[in-house]
Design a protein around this ligand. Structure first.
Ligand code: SF4
Length: 313
């Protein structure tokens, strides 16, 4: 692996696949010397890369709720859906309430909960109808939290016992740290370990399987030990679909190959960037749909409307 890349994650790989310039802005510009990227641009990047969108907050709320639900089931006192829903919605509403465009106080240590929403920066109106849709999505997702911890299901997955939830960890490979956050790990009555990844997004079989394969690699190496089978599953909270796979050496090789290709692309791009080209290594290219949702669009296309960045920057 090229030494220039020390950290890898699916988010980095996704940024690179979607737009190499976005990858540079988000992951490389903050550590660039000022002769390559002016400090004013760097400050704006540091601000813009922290922006959240309401769908991102929804994802955070659902993952937090799922973890709380599993922990409560593991303790034998499953939380009622209503209280999970109220707490999650309160989290979203509070983030919106403290996110008006003028609240750049998010940097204030006294108010760490301030969120800067991309919707405000790009003057997207947060209407009651929009919030209503978000609430219905949240409710539908929480209703689909799995019944397995409290109610055995058919198909060989009886009696899962929670081992860990919300595990942030890394797998080391040749000096490279592959970072991930695993949603939940269960032990089945059969002794198998079951890795579950909650999904709010659309079904994307290839991407979702590769992600599971990385979690499977971690569990097989650091939790299961030799001879213990690892089973992987995506649980789609948008429609209740459960997709299971056995973790095999073929899957482990597939994710290793994907990581290697991704790291090579990152290294090539970074080498060009640090060789003196800076952001010119990857000039902006307008991609309908992608650029309109991108936090960096006013940096790439400054003439495209009102200023997007913190005026204090
Ligand atoms: S605005 Fe478009 S070109 Fe610029 S970083 Fe974002 S996706 Fe890439």
């Amino acid at each position: 692996m090229p030494a220039i890349i020390k950290h890898w994650s699916f988010s980095r790989a996704a940024a690179l696949e979607e737009c190499p310039r976005r990858y540079l802005l988000h992951y490389v510009v903050p550590r660039a010397p000022s002769d390559l990227v002016p400090e004013s641009v760097q400050r704006n990047v540091l601000f813009l890369r922290q922006l959240k969108t309401l769908p991102m907050l929804l994802g955070t709320a659902v993952h937090q709720a799922a973890s709380r639900w599993l922990e409560s089931c593991a303790q034998g006192k499953p939380l009622p859906l209503k209280s999970l829903l109220d707490e999650s919605w309160h989290f979203i509403e509070r983030s919106v309430a403290f996110s008006a465009a003028e609240h750049y106080l998010y940097r204030d240590e006294q108010a760490p909960y301030y969120t800067v929403l991309m919707e405000h920066i790009y003057r997207i109106e947060i209407t009651d109808a929009y919030m209503g849709r978000l609430y219905r999505k949240l409710k539908a997702a929480l209703r689909r939290l799995p019944a397995w911890p409290v109610q055995p299901v058919a198909g060989g997955m009886q009696g899962p016992r929670l081992v860990q939830s919300e595990v942030l960890s890394a797998v080391e490979r040749d000096g490279l740290a592959l970072w991930f956050k695993l949603d939940a790990l269960f032990q089945l009555e059969s002794g198998q370990l079951l890795v579950v990844d909650w999904k709010l997004s659309e079904y994307n079989p290839q991407r979702d399987l590769l992600q599971l394969a990385l979690y499977g690699t971690y569990v097989a190496e650091q939790v299961a030990g030799p001879g213990r089978e690892v089973v992987l599953a995506n649980y789609y909270l948008s429609n209740g679909k459960l997709v299971r796979h056995r973790f095999t050496s073929k899957l482990a090789a597939a994710v290793a190959g994907y990581v290697a290709r991704s790291v090579q692309q990152m290294a090539r791009l970074e080498e060009t960037f640090f060789s003196g080209k800076g952001l010119a290594a990857q000039p902006p290219e307008w991609k309908a749909g992608l650029c309109t949702r991108c936090p960096f669009r006013k940096l790439c296309f400054p003439a495209s409307g009102k200023p997007a960045v913190n005026p204090d920057c």
